[in-house]
Design a protein around this ligand. Sequence first.
Ligand SMILES: [Zn+2]
Ligand SMILES: [Zn+2]
Length: 403
Amino acid sequence: MSISFEQNSPSYVRDFKVPRKLDIQNALGKLDDNNINSVFTEEFYETFDSLPLPKKETDWLAQYVEKGQTYTEFLQLSRTLHTKSSYHRKVIYLTLFGQIDNTIFDIDSLMDYTQRFFQMEVKLINPFINVKWNDEKNQWICTMSLNNGKNRNFNLRTRYNEETKHSQICVTGILNLLKKVVPDDARCLIALSMCDLYGDDTDLFIAGLAMGNCRVATFSLYRYDPYLTFNESDWFSCKLKSATESEKQIAKRRNLLLLRACRLLTHEICHLFGIAHCIYYSCLVNGSGDLEEDFGQPLLECPVDLRKLYSLINFNICTRYEQLLTFFKMHDFLDEIKMVETKLNIIKHSPEPNSSNSSMLTKIVKRKRANKINTKNDAFLTAATVPEDEEVSETSAKHTKCH
Ligand SMILES: [Zn+2]
Ligand SMILES: [Zn+2]
């Protein structure tokens, strides 16, 4: 599929129902917590942009019907994903898969951001000792340290193009390796890579894949490098701008890659936590059909998804925003600084919560089957419906596929 730019914006895909104000209120649910009530004022809602109309036919909502996920539906699903037996799983683990060039990819800052965003502990582990290219086999091979203390070599399913010498690694192979080493206290284990990934033969590439029921996911930042240009029809046709550049240019590239990585990783972890694509506002958890749409989306979640995260993690909303603001200032994320400052200003000057509203408790309807919440191509859905030892064959990352 090639991207075409039309004079008139395409509309949402047929059968998609644009949420009305009442739908958004229903999605938020009855506010039953003083901490939430004191933040979720009319002025606070006004700091969020409405859901944008698709600009081109590859945009997510021009392609897929999303039904949205209300707060109540999230709570229902959440009970199946976050049970008493998983209560001790409080750590987000990250790992690096393959070579990472520290001059362009800032893993420390990405970890710092993830910790501030989710208000959870984030740890880096290194089960992958080596990921190297085998010239004779034209294949990627990985050496891994297993939980029994032994090292083992694994051949990774690879596709390779003789002409351009470009290669891609099949994503399911990496997920199966991650399953072998996921720590018991891990809420999730995510491998980040600069290797280019694919899922099946028709893919141009995939940004990644999550296997939520096994708490593992992998994402590639290869296509997120601002210096990369690629052909929309040939997976093997990629060009990296030559790297003779000033320190200022290197810093700019590294900062932009960091911003993109922050958005990708937090979006995907939201999915691993059970949050489906959002249709209520312009939001971090909106689906994106291609990189251009992805890059235009905000780094923060809307009130509906903020409420979901709050209910799961129980953080202080104001403290979290303050910590995110510090991060945005450290990295000159100018749009985000403005966005958070506006919200903080309103939160800090809002009146006491409305007592009549706070007395209205949320009524949780009886739990439906998890797989009835039908959000196509979503990571957590695969999680809820695929048996643990079965390979996930469907792409579940932020971008379905860019063919
Ligand atoms: Zn949202
Ligand atoms: Zn997504």
